[in-house]
Write a protein that binds this ligand. Structure first.
Ligand SMILES: [Zn+2]
Length: 179
């Protein structure tokens, strides 16, 4: 399992390669800069995305029925599989953010966890998160509203932003209060 620091650095390098220096980060630009094409498809509701990697062919397919923030996160997640050089030719991702599969092997779960960490790091760069939180918290003190404002700024779901803020130790876990 790659360390969080390695994944943060890979995400920063990926943004640099694609010339993505401001938020919201464009995951499509990241995918294109790494040689992947993006297609939208009419998948079953619980299928978020597929990455196919065969030789020089790299295709990310995303569910056109998903919301914009979910499609953005899915593309970032598939970029994670690609850029972290995960094993496999085809990755099929269902409900990417909260994916917990008891039937997958440990190795596959590790790749999924890494891809999710990569996606969060890619779309919510730590330094940007810290500075935006600092700015926004001057005018907004209510936890839920603050997370919503942050989520909008970064083009991610509230849930994804909340995970990121908790993981970075910037807000308390929801278990710590009655939120
Ligand atoms: Zn995946």
């Amino acid at each position: 399992m790659k360390s969080r620091a390695v994944i943060e650095r890979e995400a920063a390098n990926a943004r640099e390669t694609a010339g993505q220096h401001s938020i919201p980060v464009d995951p499509i630009a990241i995918a294109l800069a790494h040689g992947a094409e993006i297609v939208e498809d009419n998948f079953a509701d619980d299928l978020s995305g597929i990455l196919i990697r065969r030789g020089s062919l790299k295709t990310i397919a995303i569910n056109q029925k998903d919301s914009l923030v979910r499609r953005r996160f899915t593309i970032a997640h598939e970029c994670g599989h690609l850029i972290l050089a995960h094993e496999g030719e085809i990755f099929v991702d269902k409900q990417v953010v909260n994916r917990r599969s008891a039937t997958s092997s440990l190795a596959i779960d590790e790749q999924e966890i890494e891809a999710n960490q990569f996606a969060a790091s890619l779309l919510m760069p730590r330094d940007e998160v810290v500075s935006h939180l600092d700015q926004l918290s001057k005018s907004c003190s209510q936890r839920s509203a603050l997370i919503e404002l942050m989520a909008r700024s970064f083009g991610v779901s509230k849930k994804a932003m909340e995970y990121r803020l908790v993981n970075l130790g910037l807000v308390a876990s929801p278990d710590d209060d009655d939120f």
